[in-house]
Design a protein around this ligand. Structure first.
Ligand SMILES: [Zn+2]
Length: 708
């Protein structure tokens, strides 16, 4: 396995732990044709033993039969994924093991009593019973994902017709990665008649079982034998191997327990004595042993391709040697939470009961007005610096810097972690400079060495980190000894934004995401309550969300010769940097005549309320010409997605963000009018008694009145 480490950090900086975010190349099982799969799954002396991850290899934070779990499982080894197929009331094929929803999802009752529309609202629970953000996957999605990566053994649950499953395999062209599990000769014969090319896993525990299958017309070269959950006799292994049939041994249960008791080496013996595939609940442990076996016997996987998968670590990073000064140890605490895309009206619209309850105990704004452009990176960084985007320099999620002759993009980790892109003074920098410790469970800029200072405790962004782990990390921080305990903590949740983009602000999926965030806030406040510390919570979002006109996207106007401009951003702000300044004026004039569902500006005439004109452009990054679509239109060369944000916030009310604050510093049962998000910085500085001398855009007076 090959690791390409992409790590950038300031040389001045010493980490307690190494960052291990890595672009990992993980081995996948890839077959072009069903014949290739048949060939691979036939026995020879050079057969390659493999692991079958029972129910996909669930572990903490990763539920059984979840697509995210499969993705996680294949990072470490080439894998067969065993998964279970069930049917919704309206005959949609889904993955779920139990007949009932209760054990593995947030629902209750029989799966067959619910439509897919209803089932897709549910969240999956891991084996500890903890709710995750993952949903019951569609079989079609799973098959499409797995092609060229894994072999599936599909366990077709009672009441699900084989014909439907085979239709799905055909529809997804997944023949070369699918094996259908059967439990008796009748079932195997049925599958073989329906799909003579497909591989079948059949229960074969003695020679009579095999004879019965052959009698029913199932040939040896379509079979993989499931020999049971205890070791087969040498005679059975020998018979099956002599007929070219691979043997799956089920170690889930007894044999896995034996390996725990007697040592992992146990798995090695199972393979030596004749098993070819181990179906296990411990894919990682057993997989390590099989890897060793393959090495010892010089068995190379001929069909392995590389599946590029972004792996992110969940290691806490700590800047060593920092302590709160004695005076700072007496200060209160602030947890600043952002729920991305949590529109100003979502708490009421979707009855987020806990948040509304907290609002009654504290302060709520009718809305918080984001800065322009109303997108994620600029606004998170505005909230934490008190500066408009044009002033702090993160002028968009992606932008171009003419002086650097290169661009910044929120997807480029190297740039995201490079403090040189970030202006202003984030609150954690201000705090650390005044010997008040800070911690970040994600925030834009917190991974970067802004002014050579990072929060004392932080994580590299990893949206897959289970939310319960995030909550636990916050609690752990607050349980540290006084000198090491952070007083400013940031916390971030992305799911409402994802749902809003994908399904729109009015969709049930978005309602479910709001409810999930509401439940996270409840769990977080309950966890913090146990510390008995004076903690103030400030719940915000970066922007809102709106449905757009998907039928009439604005195409790139004719007047723009795209070879003459650098265009780092489109959608709700089309940005043009002229390669030759002489092109600016004529193109602007031409666009002005074509203004149709958009407005065109030179940076000298951008409306002042956007704070996005030439005089604001401190880092010279906003571009020479801006085209801003009239809501609800967006620039797009394809059919646009459902939900958008980024529009001028004073014109489009749905861009409005949330602000709810509660805790000992705040007045109670107070609703205040809308205010701009630049004013959060002075509020938090005030609560924590942090002094600042730099000129910022936020004014202390705006929110002063909400404090006791
Ligand atoms: Zn956002």
């Amino acid at each position: 396995m090959k690791f390409i480490r992409k790590i950038s950090w300031s040389l001045l900086f010493v980490f307690a732990f190494l960052a291990t975010t890595a672009q990992q190349q993980s081995p996948g099982l890839s077959f072009n044709t069903v014949q290739d799969l048949q060939q691979f799954l036939s026995y020879s002396k050079k057969r390659i033993p493999l692991i079958s991850a029972h129910r996909g290899g669930p572990e903490k934070g990763y539920p059984e039969n979840a697509l995210e779990t499969f993705q996680h499982s294949i990072l470490s080894q080439p894998l067969i994924i065993e998964c279970d197929i069930s049917l919704s009331k309206d005959s949609v094929l889904l993955l779920l093991h139990d007949n009932r929803l209760d054990r593995t999802t947030t629902g209750t009752g029989r799966i067959g009593d619910f439509t897919y529309e209803e089932l897709k609202q549910l969240r999956l629970k891991d084996n500890n019973g903890d709710t995750t953000s993952f949903r019951i996957p569609l079989l079609d999605d799973v098959l499409k994902w797995g092609k060229g990566k894994v072999i599936f053994t599909l366990d077709v649950k009672r009441g699900v017709p084989y014909s439907k499953v085979i239709e799905a395999v055909r529809r997804c062209k997944a023949e070369a990665c699918s094996v259908i599990i059967t439990y008796n000769a009748d079932q195997a014969a049925e599958v073989h008649q329906l799909a003579p090319d497909l591989m079948i896993s059949a229960s074969i525990q003695n020679k009579e079982d095999l004879a019965r299958l052959n009698d029913r017309g199932v040939p040896d070269n379509r079979l993989v034998a499931f020999v049971g959950v205890s070791e087969a006799s040498p005679g059975l292994y020998e018979l099956l191997h002599s007929r070219g049939i691979l043997c799956i041994l089920g170690t889930m249960g007894n044999l896995d327990r034996q390996a725990i008791a007697r040592g992992e080496k146990n798995y090695y013996g199972l393979i030596e004595r004749g098993a070819d595939i181990l179906s296990t609940d411990r894919p990682k442990e057993a997989g390590t042993v099989l890897k060793q076996y393959r090495q010892d016997n010089q068995l190379n996987l001929p069909v392995v391709s590389n599946v590029q998968t972004e792996v992110q670590d969940t290691t806490q990073l700590k800047v060593p040697g920092r302590r709160n000064s004695a005076a700072q140890q007496k200060k209160p605490y602030v947890i600043l939470i952002s729920a991305d895309g949590f529109r100003y009206d979502y708490a009421e619209k979707y009855q987020a009961a806990h948040l509304l309850n907290m609002a009654r105990q504290g302060v709520r704004a009718e809305s918080m007005i984001p800065s322009f452009p109303s997108v994620t990176f600029p606004n998170h960084y505005t909230i934490i610096t008190g500066l408009y985007p044009s002033h702090h320099g993160l002028v968009n999620n992606s932008f171009y810097d003419p002086a650097k002759k290169t661009g910044y993009s929120m997807g480029n980790r190297e740039k995201v972690r490079d403090g040189n892109w970030y202006g202003g003074t984030p609150l954690w920098v201000l705090a650390e400079q005044q010997q008040l410790l800070s911690a970040s469970m994600f925030w834009v800029g917190s991974e970067a060495d802004v002014k050579n200072v990072r929060p004392t405790y932080y994580y590299n962004f990893n949206d897959r980190m289970p939310v319960n782990d995030r909550i636990q990390a916050v609690k752990d921080w607050l349980m540290l000894p006084e000198a090491e305990r952070p007083h400013l903590i940031t916390f971030y949740l992305s799911e409402v934004d994802h749902a809003g983009h994908r399904y729109g602000p009015d969709a049930p999926e978005t309602a479910a995401a709001v409810k999930e965030v509401d439940s996270v806030i409840y769990r977080l406040t309950e966890a913090v309550r146990e510390t008995e510390l004076p903690v103030n919570f400030i719940f915000v979002s970066d922007h809102g969300m709106t449905a757009v006109d998907r039928e009439n996207p604005i195409r790139m106007p004719q007047a723009i010769d795209t070879s003459k401009f650098i265009i780092p951003s489109s959608g709700t702000t089309l940005v043009l940097h002229a390669k030759n300044k002489a092109d600016i004026r004529p193109v602007y004039e031409a666009l002005k005549k074509q203004e149709d569902h958009f407005k065109v500006y030179l940076k000298s005439n951008v409306p002042a309320d956007l704070h996005y004109g030439a005089s604001d452009d401190r880092m010279n990054r906003i571009g020479d010409i801006l085209l801003i679509p009239d809501w609800p239109y967006v620039f797009s060369e394809r059919k646009p997605g459902v939900g958008y944000h980024g529009f001028p916030p004073l014109q489009v009310k749905e861009m409005g963000a949330s602000f709810i604050a509660w805790g000992p510093a705040f007045k109670s049962d107070l609703v205040i009018p809308s205010f701009e998000n630049v004013h959060v910085f002075p509020l938090i500085a005030d609560i924590l008694g942090l002094k600042y001398t730099e000129v910022i855009d936020g004014k202390k007076a705006v929110l002063k009145g909400i404090l006791k």
